[in-house]
Design a protein around this ligand. Sequence first.
Ligand SMILES: [Zn+2]
Ligand SMILES: [Zn+2]
Length: 110
Amino acid sequence: MSLNVRTTTIHADYFCDICGEAATSVFDHGRGCCICGADMCRKHTILDPDDYGDYPDRYCSDCWEIGKEHREKIFSIQFEADQKKNEEERKWTEKAIAYRGIAKDSMQNS
Ligand SMILES: [Zn+2]
Ligand SMILES: [Zn+2]
């Protein structure tokens, strides 16, 4: 029995939309910039630094630059929403505890 091992070279048909170098974004995760869809080389790829998952959002360096003010706005919107959510959960908890108190009282009285 003979075994032939062949190595195939992956040929890059995609090029960075910013500098024209071979794009790696296509091979890394099969997707480019999450804003404009551009293919990027490694140098022009920015991974979301606030995303600690295995597949953080990828941005081209242009979109990252353009998006600074929008990221700040999105951050403050999320912060406000989080605070409102916590406030509602606090009210919910208070109501539930009060309800439990009433239920206990009526049980003791009967
Ligand atoms: Zn590039
Ligand atoms: Zn982009």
